[in-house]
Design a protein around this ligand. Structure first.
Ligand code: NAP
Ligand code: F7E
Length: 335
């Protein structure tokens, strides 16, 4: 029976990956952070099937102890300060966790279990300001946020440990992936949870920043399958994982409202743009400049041909179904 150690197990991807590995018969270990109120986040429902180990990416001794205890065949490093917006306000913490945290973990692996296979959660934010889309494994990087810059270090140190020390280290360059478990500060879940609140009469209006920003959005359950596939290959490598389609924030919001039974039309431009309910004439969506970023990544679109050819990876959840599932789940939760 294979053993896997997942950091970031309480987050969105960690929970889907834990479910996938349990279904494949793995013994699963997960790293959780000490908090004032103990909760296992997105894995609370399966925590009894996982050995949860307390630790922190910032704390090397706790990682050494975790690797000693779990003796993993596979390590998935999903832990991160993952919100781009917060990285502008907390650049140092973001760098410490997302960049240095990774070298702590790689060192712990190298000294305790050097034959463990390692997956690093790289990101399409590495491409950032690149306008030559779709991006693939050969596209040059140009990160546009402290988050992207920290992840760039993590990406290269992962490759470096492979080349210098022979660690079986892979990096998945994943484009945005969302789900019913997505944190509520990310734009998709902010939209679906607010649409649900409006539907239940608990909110009046959704406030967003840049509506014209474009993202390549898939479902997290499909993307964790790609992580696992990468570690089953003969040789470690980098892979882009994406849907190959891109939509604006405006399109996501329009569809989410439609799934909840509202037909909204957009009027105005820039900071004055609003989304109006065609039936009642009420303003359901407003632009609030407070949600704009100091530096924006305007468009992301990925080409995952390599993953299709070499891993046999395909996404199963289409954009419309992703939005439906998130909206229904949020409406149900409030109900
Ligand atoms: P998420 O829901 O924000 O989960 C992040 C996880 O990291 C949480 O379990 C969090 O624990 C943990 N964590 C944060 N700081 C830590 C620290 N210092 N030590 C140990 N654990 C720590 O993120 P996600 O969406 O699942 O993303 C998973 C990974 O993929 C992240 O590395 C993210 O940057 C990367 N990524 C995500 C996407 C995407 O679209 N979702 C795309 C590309 C790459 P708490 O529960 O205690 O906060
Ligand atoms: O923003 C715009 C915002 O915060 C998407 C993380 O998982 O994917 C994620 O990063 C877009 C941006 O995700 C609001 O300006 C407009 O252009 O949902 P987001 P992200 O920044 O793309 C990458 C691949 C990761 O690696 C990250 O970990 O939406 N936007 N109005 C808004 N964004 C937010 N959050 N809130 C708004 O009100």
């Amino acid at each position: 029976m294979k053993r896997a150690f997942i950091t970031g197990i309480t987050g969105q991807d960690g929970s889907y990956l834990a479910e996938l590995l349990l279904s494949k018969g793995y013994t699963v270990y997960g790293l959780y952070r000490r908090k004032s109120s103990l909760d296992f986040g997105n894995v609370a429902h399966i925590a009894h099937r996982i050995t949860m180990i307390e630790g922190d990416l910032l704390d090397y001794p706790s990682l050494v102890a975790a690797i000693k205890e779990s003796r993993p065949d596979e390590v998935y490093n999903l832990a991160a300060q993952s919100f781009v917006g917060a990285s502008f306000r907390q650049p140092v913490a973001t760098a410490e966790i997302d960049a240095l945290g990774v070298v702590h973990l790689l060192e712990a692996i190298r000294s305790v279990k050097p034959d463990a296979r390692f997956y690093q959660a790289s990101t399409s934010e590495l491409f950032g300001g690149v306008y030559d889309t779709p991006c693939n494994e050969e596209t040059p990087f140009y990160p546009r946020s402290p988050y992207g810059v920290a992840k760039l270090y993590a990406h290269w140190i992962t490759k470096n440990y492979r080349e210098n020390y022979g660690v079986f280290a892979c990096a998945g360059i994943l484009f945005n992936h969302e789900s019913e478990r997505r944190g509520k500060e990310f734009v998709t879940r902010k939209i679906t949870s607010t649409v649900a609140a409006i539907k239940h009469g608990e909110a009046e209006c959704l406030e967003l920043g840049n509506l014209s920003s474009k993202r390549d959005w898939g479902h997290a359950a499909d993307y964790v399958r790609a992580m696992w596939l990468m570690l089953q290959q003969e040789r470690p490598a980098e892979f882009v994982i994406a849907t190959g389609e891109t939509r604006t924030v405006r399109e996501f919001a329009e569809l989410a409202f439609r799934k909840a039974g509202y037909d909204i039309r957009f009027e105005g431009e820039g900071e004055n743009e609003v989304g109006i309910d065609s039936k009642s004439g009420k303003i359901l969506l407003r632009v609030n400049p407070a949600f704009f970023r100091p530096a924006e990544v305007n468009v992301l679109l990925g080409d995952s041909s390599k993953a299709k050819n070499e891993l046999g990876w395909e996404r199963e959840v289409m954009f419309s179904e992703l939005v439906s599932r998130m909206v229904s789940s949020d409406i149900k939760k409030l109900g």
